[in-house]
Every structure is written in C-alpha cells, then in structure tokens.
Design a binder for this molecule. Structure first.
Ligand code: ZN
Ligand code: ZN
Length: 182
C-alpha cells in the first residue's frame, strides 16, 4: 500500500506501518476504552470495545487495541461488563458457535444494543444468545446490583458478582485464547 505521510502529522495507519511507539493516555468511557495518542496522531482519540476492536476503520488492527491490552496487563482500569443480552458493540465472534459475525441493524434495539448475525447460524444464533442470556440472568442473577443503561450511556455501571462470568454467560468469548478478560 502506498500511503503518503503528510507533513508532521502521521495518521494512525502510518503508526502501524512504522511501528513507532507513541505514548498514550487510556481512560474508560462507558463500555469502551478511549485511547488518546496525543495531538501528533490523526485521528487522535480512538475508541476500543471489549470485542478487541477499535471503532476506527482499522478495527482489530488498530494500534489502540494493543495499547488497551498493555493497559489491562499492567492492571489498568477495566471497562464494566455489559448486562447479559445487551451488546454495546459487536461481539468478537458468535458466542454460540464461534463463527464470524456481521452487523445487522434490523436486530439492533435500545434494549439489546447492536444487532448482529452469525456467518453460520444467521439471526438464529443471535436469538439463541438472547434467550440464553434471559434464562441465565433469571437463574443466576449475576448482578449484585444491576446496571442502569440508557442507550449507549451508562447511568450506573452496577456491581457484578465476580467469578460468575463464565464461558456460559460471558457475551464476549474469543477464539484462539485471545485475551478473555478484555
Ligand atoms: Zn483506531
Ligand atoms: Zn453462530
């Protein structure tokens, strides 16, 4: 790929290609991590979700994702777990079968968040996940104090009973052992 570097202000893709380490500031913002690369990088602030993807066009290949991984490895603050059955961002892969997922806005809703469909099971796996989430939340009540969510905005993050997050009820499972605590 032929990318011309504009005077003085490298864009985020230049950072990837040159591998230059840039100091960043990371803050938790709702269910996301805000990664600030400073004024010398364009775009300056990146938003990384628990699915290990940045909301910028580089997605999982954005250097902000690695910055968040380092931040968590160093014991940095974690973004809260969304309630079961609520997706503030696409899952990294289908929580039912592990296949790729794609955005399906017809399934998006205020209550359930971002809609998605599975490459194998289509919307069936989405609804299976939603049904499971409902059943699990009834059976285990994994929230000591449930969160209050209004659209994308967390009014109150809630208190999660730690250790109850298992493969069965964690909506963000990963293939290949990719950092499960992200
Ligand atoms: Zn990014
Ligand atoms: Zn699936």
């Amino acid at each position: 790929m032929n990318t011309s570097i504009t005077e003085g202000t490298p864009n985020i893709l230049d950072l990837v290609q040159t591998g230059v380490d840039t100091p960043t500031t990371i803050t938790v913002d709702g269910y996301f991590y805000l990664v600030d690369f400073g004024e010398n990088v364009h775009p300056r602030v990146h938003r990384v979700g628990k699915n290990g993807k940045c909301t910028c066009y580089l997605g999982q290949h954005c250097p902000a994702v690695d910055e968040v991984a380092d931040h968590l490895e160093d014991g940095g603050e974690r973004s809260p777990y969304p309630p079961a059955g609520y997706y503030p961002m696409l899952p990294a892969c289908c929580p039912i079968c592990g296949a790729d997922v794609q955005l399906d806005t017809t399934l998006s809703s205020r209550k359930r968040g971002v809609g998605w469909r599975c490459a194998n099971g289509g919307s069936l796996h989405y609804w299976q996940r939603m049904t499971d989430a409902l059943r699990i939340s009834r059976e285990t009540n994994s929230w000591a104090i449930p969160p209050v969510v209004d659209d994308d905005w967390i009014v109150y993050p809630g208190v999660h009973r730690d250790g109850i997050v298992t493969d069965a009820n964690n909506p963000y499972t990963f293939r290949d052992g990719y950092n499960p605590n992200f």
